[in-house]
Write a protein that binds this ligand. Structure first.
Ligand SMILES: *[C@@H]1O[C@H](CO)[C@@H](O)[C@H](O)[C@H]1NC(C)=O
Ligand SMILES: *[C@@H]1O[C@H](CO)[C@@H](O)[C@H](O)[C@H]1NC(C)=O
Length: 315
């Protein structure tokens, strides 16, 4: 198993496409009306690909890249979701990005907020390498001393909040995500919320279920075709991937880090007791989780994907 291998890939820079009026247009209601199906099997909300907005809003390294690349093509007309800008759809990590986008949407409109969650024992090492990939030269990466990388990893601990969901949803929109139970049967959390006269349909999935995202999300978005990181070949990142494996082999969690991760909302709210026990047990004994529970499938969904939507105008 190549933990996080795909996380290392970063979407190649695409030619910048001027924002086309095509994507901003809200024509007559010619788009397909699609019905979202509630837990009881009844249609309760309607996804309108012409009028509704989409905001991919997640912690980095949770597979949100797949959601980002999959969201635009199902809008009418289709478009390409970008990080930090867009009028109909957007990808945000930061609260201000999210509030700016929602404020730019018409009052009364609906925005689908798509989020993903990931076992922090996998998410955090992956995030370190994302950062390294973004800021280090190829030479630096190649010559990096693994013990230096491990030190860097430990030094970064404790600098982030264990309450990502509270910070990004409750403090930002008054929506308490941890008060909403995750549906372990159907593998999503769905909650409707109104913020500043904008309707939010929040759907949260787990990266560990990403092999089932088509079915899980299909009930809300029948037209969604999931683009996965697997569709892009791992070109030119062999060095980084091998550094990452060396790093994972060398990493062992400190008690403080084990404790911190186990207290995060990402860990406590989105996994069953058995899953939590497996993640924690694996982290304790081997440094990294590899127990079967929901971990293996996470590999294919880093923040990266490249599909047909690359050529589309910005949403
Ligand atoms: C890595 O760095 C540490 C601390 O600077 C040093 O003790 C160790 O010898 C280095 N290892 C290698 C393989 O260069
Ligand atoms: C959100 O709800 C949970 C569960 O009811 C509660 O424990 C927590 O304190 C709430 N968070 C806030 C910020 O009110």
């Amino acid at each position: 198993m190549f933990l996080g291998l795909w996380d290392l890939l970063v979407a190649p820079a695409l030619p910048v496409v001027a924002r086309a009026s095509l994507c901003d247009a809200h024509g007559a209601a010619t788009g397909l009306m699609q019905f979202a199906v509630g837990k009881d099997g009844t249609a309760d909300i309607v996804f309108d690909p012409v009028r509704d907005g989409i905001m991919v809003y997640s912690e980095p390294k949770t597979g949100c890249g797949s959601l980002e690349w999959s969201a635009g093509p199902m809008l009418e007309p289709p478009c390409r979701v970008r990080h930090g800008r867009g009028t109909r759809a957007i990808m945000c990590h930061a609260e201000s990005c999210a509030t700016d986008f929602l404020n730019s949407r018409p009052p009364g409109s609906r925005t689908w907020v798509l989020s993903s969650n990931r076992n922090p024992f996998e998410m955090r090492p992956s995030a370190l390498f994302q950062e390294i990939y973004g800021h280090w030269t190829a030479h630096d990466i190649m010559t990096a001393n693994v013990s230096t990388l491990v030190d860097l990893f430990h030094a970064k601990y404790g600098k982030s909040s264990p309450r990502w969901w509270t910070k990004h949803f409750y403090d930002t929109f008054g929506l308490n995500i941890t008060a909403q139970p995750f549906d372990f049967q159907n593998k999503f959390l769905h909650v409707e919320h109104v913020w500043n006269s904008r309707r939010l349909s929040v759907i949260i999935v787990r990266l560990e279920d990403s092999h089932q995202w088509s079915e899980i999300l299909g009930r809300f978005f029948p037209k969604m075709r999931l683009v996965t990181a697997n569709e892009m070949a791992a070109k030119g990142s062999n060095v980084l991937a091998s550094r990452y494996r060396e790093f994972l082999n060398a990493l062992s969690w400190t008690d403080t880090e084990l404790d911190f991760n186990s207290r995060t909302e990402s860990f406590t709210h989105f996994y069953t007791t058995e899953e939590q026990r497996a993640f924690l047990g694996a982290a304790r004994s081997r440094g990294m989780p590899s127990a079967g529970v929901a971990a293996a499938s996470a590999d294919g969904h880093g923040d990266v994907a490249l599909g047909d939507s690359g050529a589309l105008p910005t949403c």
